[in-house]
Design a protein around this ligand. Structure first.
Ligand code: SF4
Length: 331
C-alpha cells in the first residue's frame, strides 16, 4: 500500500558566528529511510526527540519537500510537483497530528470540521448525505452527534484527538499517518485512542504509520517497528521479535528504558554516555558510535549498511558479522 525508498530530507540553516557570505549549513534530517507497508498493518517508527521521525512522515505526506527518494502509494509513484498526483495522495493518505487542539480550526464547529473533507474529496455527495456521514463518523469515534454544533475548545484533548481521527477518516483514506497522536494525552486516554485506532484499522483495512518516542505504546499497536537515530534507520523488525531480541545496541538501550511494572522482570535502564552527532556535520562511520557501549575501531570508518539477520534488519557491524556467519553456514 505504501512504499518509501531511500528518503532524504535536508534543511538549509544560517550559520551563526560566520561571515554573512558564508554558505548556509545543511541539516540532514532524514538519511536514507526505506520501508514498505501492507494494507491492514501498522508500522511503528520510534527514536529520540529530534531524530527525524515526524519530518519523515511529513515529507511522505507532502508537507515537507523530499530531497531524494521515491514514494509509491497503492502501486503509483507520487509526484509531489503534480497537482493531480497530490490530489490523489490526499484522498488516499491522511494524517493526524500531535497537538489535537491546535490541529482543529477553532472557528468551525466540529460538524463543519468533519464535513469539510467530504466537500473536498466527494463533491458529488449532497449536503444532507455529507452531514449524515459526518455525524455517523463522529459517533463512531465516541463523540455524541448531539454535540456536533460545539466548537473545539469545548472538548478535552482526548475528545479533540477523536475529532481529528473522524476528520482524517471520514472520506475513506487507505493510509493513515499518525504523528505522535497520543504523546500529549494522559496515559488512560492514550490507551483509549490507541484501541480506537486499532478497531478502525480492522473495520476499514487501514495501513497505519504510527510515530512515537515511547516504545511501550508502539509495540502495543505495531506489526513492524522501525528504529531511527539522527535521521537514519538503525533496526527494523516485527514488533514481537524486536522487543524479545533487539539486535542493534541503540534498540537495546531504548528498550531498557521502557518502564516495566513487574519488578521481577525489570532490567536496569542502560544509560547512554557521549553526545549525539550534529546533523549539520554527520560522521563518516556509524552514527551511533559516539554513544555505543560496543563501539570498536572499524565502526568509525564507514557507515554500516542495513543487513538482514533472521527477522531483523539492522545497520551495525555486529549484525554484518552475524549475517556473514549465517551465509557461510547455509553454504
Ligand atoms: Fe555500535 Fe559499531 Fe554497531 Fe555502531 S556499528 S552500533 S558503533 S557496534
Amino acid at each position: 500500500m505504501l512504499s518509501v525508498e531511500n528518503a532524504h530530507v535536508t534543511f538549509q540553516v544560517a550559520q551563526t558566528k560566520k561571515w554573512p557570505w558564508s554558505k548556509p549549513g545543511i541539516v540532514h534530517a532524514v538519511n536514507g529511510i526505506s520501508f514498505q507497508l501492507e494494507a491492514g498493518k501498522t508500522l511503528g517508527i520510534v527514536g529520540e526527540s529530534g531524530c527525524g521521525k515526524s519530518t519523515l512522515i511529513r515529507s511522505v505526506a507532502g508537507l515537507t519537500p523530499l530531497q531524494a527518494g521515491t514514494v509509491q502509494l497503492d502501486g503509483e509513484t507520487v509526484d509531489y510537483r503534480n497537482r493531480a498526483s497530490m490530489q490523489r495522495l490526499r484522498a488516499t493518505m491522511q494524517m493526524i497530528f500531535q497537538d489535537p487542539i491546535a490541529s482543529l480550526n477553532p472557528r468551525m464547529t466540529i460538524r463543519e470540521i468533519v464535513v469539510e473533507p467530504l466537500a473536498f474529496f466527494k463533491p458529488d455527495m449532497g449536503a444532507e448525505e455529507r452531514n449524515t456521514a459526518a455525524l455517523a463518523m463522529l459517533e463512531r469515534v465516541g463523540i455524541p452527534p448531539a454535540q456536533a454544533n460545539r466548537f473545539p475548545h469545548e472538548f478535552s484533548g482526548g475528545q479533540c484527538q477523536r475529532i481529528g481521527i473522524a476528520r482524517a477518516l471520514v472520506a475513506g483514506p487507505k493510509v493513515l499517518l499518525c504523528d505522535e497522536p497520543v504523546s500529549a494525552l494522559d496515559v488512560s486516554i492514550q490507551a483509549q485512542v490507541v484501541n480506537l485506532l486499532k478497531e478502525l484499522q480492522r473495520e476499514m483495512g487501514l495501513a497505519i504509520v504510527f510515530v512515537a518516542h515511547d516504545l511501550g505504546v508502539v509495540r502495543h499497536i505495531s506489526d513492524d517497528v522501525l528504529v531511527m537515530y539522527v535521521g537514519a534507520p538503525m533496526e527494523q523488525a516485527p514488533a514481537s521479535a524486536l522487543v524479545a531480541h533487539p539486535q542493534h545496541p541503540y534498540t537495546q538501550a531504548l528498550l531498557s528504558a521502557v518502564p516495566v511494572p513487574d519488578p521481577r522482570v525489570r532490567i536496569a535502564p542502560q544509560m547512554l554516555e557521549g553526545d549525539l552527532p550534529s546533523p549539520l556535520n554527520l560522521p563518516p562511520g556509524c552514527l551511533f558510535e559516539s554513544r555505543c557501549p560496543k563501539a570498536m575501531p572499524k565502526c568509525g570508518s564507514a557507515r554500516p549498511p542495513m543487513v538482514t539477520s533472521g527477522q531483523h534488519r539492522a545497520a551495525c557491524v555486529l549484525l554484518e558479522d552475524m549475517s556473514e556467519k549465517e551465509a557461510a553456514l547455509t553454504h
